[in-house]
Design a protein around this ligand. Structure first.
Ligand code: ADP
Ligand code: MG
Length: 264
């Protein structure tokens, strides 16, 4: 990948900015429902995501991974506690300001790609910046597109692309605005393992080459092995962390949790 010759992400300045922290939560709590149907999906979660770091969030089904991602990304609101993207505390924003933060400072990659079927790959990648009236920097767009290997596919619609190619369009779409954080929820969940490895490689390269901050939810130890750090969730709380994970170490840790769960 080319050396860093592009301008860095827009600065996240402000009086409350913590240097080196792209996003963080403080006592983040999310409760769904009331009475008998009340579920505490997140229970006073305090976590920080450092700039230029690739974090994987793991945990059993129902442990709160998606809820955490949605709250940090401003797709869902906290019941209590706070979420910051850079210096911006999401809970203090109007709906309009929140929409702007999501558009300008956050990138999303979903398991189901979420591309618009009637638009070409290129239109999907640039849609958000086009709507914002701030066209993506042409050189940067070319660079991102070349990096994910889509240069000869830009005129294709999603139905004319393989699953891996569609996910690469989604990655390019997420990266092109140089967001403060890219959130990915099971980004390889609907890909075969070889294509999944390719997609994870692109995500890791974006962290290494461009200091992109990436937070990825996954249940796959192999996917987590691409990250710099793994945060393990259980019952809506972070219960453990691992740095420089490998798939084998992550798998061992998961087995240890399972065994502890059975004897508890
Ligand atoms: P994960 O992504 O780790 O599988 P989720 O964040 O989806 O976990 O869910 C955490 C808990 O919150 C689960 O008990 C789930 O049933 C509950 N939950 C998630 N979304 C909703 C919702 N929209 N309404 C009610 N309960 C929800
Ligand atoms: Mg989930």
């Amino acid at each position: 990948m080319a050396p860093k010759r592009f301008p860095p992400s827009p600065p996240l300045d402000g009086a409350h900015r913590t240097p080196g922290i792209a996003a963080c939560t403080t006592d983040l709590t999310k409760v769904y429902g009331t009475g008998d149907t009340r579920v505490t999906a997140l229970d006073r979660v305090t976590l920080a995501f450092r700039e230029g770091e690739f974090t994987a969030i793991m945990g059993p089904s129902g442990s709160g991974k998606s809820t955490l991602m949605h709250c940090v990304a401003g797709l869902d609101s906290a019941t209590s506690g706070s979420v910051r993207i850079g210096a911006t505390e999401l809970g203090t924003l109007t709906d309009r300001q929140l929409t702007e933060v999501r558009r300008d400072r956050i990138g999303f990659i979903f398991q189901a790609f979420n591309l618009l079927p009637t638009l070409t790959a290129r239109e999907n990648i640039t849609l958000s910046s086009d709507i914002a009236g701030r066209p993506a920097d042409a050189a940067w767009l070319d660079h991102v597109v070349a990096t994910v290997g889509l240069a000869d596919r830009l005129g294709h619609r999603p139905a004319q692309l393989s699953g891996g190619q569609q996910q690469r369009v989604a990655i390019a779409r997420a990266l092109v605005a140089r967001p403060a954080v890219v959130f990915a929820d099971e980004p390889t969940g609907s890909l075969d393992s070889r294509t999944g490895a390719e997609v994870l490689g692109f995500l890791r390269d974006s962290v290494r080459a461009w200091d992109q901050t990436v937070v990825m939810v996954t249940h796959d130890p192999v996917a987590a092995g691409y990250a710099d750090r793994v945060v393990f969730l259980a019952d809506g709380r972070p219960v453990d962390e691992m740095s420089a994970p490998t798939a084998d170490r992550v798998l061992d840790r998961m087995k240890a949790f399972d065994a502890a769960g059975r004897t508890a």
